[in-house]
Write a protein that binds this ligand. Sequence first.
Ligand code: SAH
Length: 362
Amino acid sequence: MTPLAEKLAARIRAAGPITVADYMAACLGDPEHGYYMRREPFGRDGDFITAPEVSQMFGELIGIWSLLAWEAMGRPAPFVLAELGPGRGTLMGDLLRAARLRPAFAAAARVHLVETSPRLRDIQAATLAAAGITPVWHGAIEDIPPGPMIAVANEFFDALPIRQFVRTAEGWAERMVALDDAGALAFGLRPAPPPPGRSTADPVGTIAETSPVSTAIMERLAGRLAVEGGAALVIDYGYGDKGSADTLQAVRRHNYDDPLAFPGEADLTAHVDFGTLADAARLAGAHPRPLLSQGAFLGRLGLPERASSLVRGKDDATREGLERAVARLSSPQGMGELFKVLAVSQGGLALAPFDGDDPQKT
Ligand code: SAH
């Protein structure tokens, strides 16, 4: 048993089974043993590689997107440039380097990072100091000072806790983390009312996931964009329509694991329910755009052109590395289809590359 498994078993013995959301929150955020609090998750030696760590081109194209959004907003100065869950700070560094195309953008940007892990804050500080940027950190989005905002969240929402519900022969039940006869962590079920949008008419075996924390964060983000102006990008793996699968997954050293096997030592995520996030954004008064696949999004922002310009004058190994990065980021076999991009903005904004013409052609 991991130290966190011992701690959770003691908690369950004392107070009864916990929800999957409580389990996930403890695995990722326990101050002593939580995954993001003490481990080095990213990169080849870590457990997984995210898009900004695959290639600088990812953050650079998000920089181009940010510039276009800022211009569509009427070039507010100053404005808040925010990132939720910045990891190593790589995306923000690449974004701002690309955005130097317009010095007025960099001069007007006030960088605010929402990050709960003190360890990762230190790494973000080091990455961004090397790029001459001094960000301000917050524990939650509502602490970011007011004003027009451009915000990015890459692989942030997948780390937020989900609850899971199953339609059994007796009715709906919530999936819980309990203890088996040997005292090990095991899944169980507790009768529950149907989750939102579901009913007892759903067939036996239907699975539903909800993420009240994700919905609340989107409501705050979108409410703020509607009132103060701005635009946000949410990039993650997930689904647009009503899901019906168990998407809780544990990844350790680049392999999938049993989610209960290594609490605190494996990354634990769930697919993002983009349909519910878009509904929450709309209800909060903002304008969500139809989802784009990551492949389409990066293609429209000029990924192939960016790769060609980086290749020029370089050796074969560099060219092959860039080709692999383009394929990984944008092909259906890589992250191109599974990952989706949801854009949300204040009303009345023409947001490239979601609205109107392909920005590369105008
Ligand atoms: N965006 C980065 C990192 C993704 S990992 C990348 O693409 O590489 C998820 C990030 O979200 C980590 O930085 C983690 O510490 C942070 N995080 C997770 N839950 C959080 C929460 N509830 N509030 C703020 N940050 C959180």
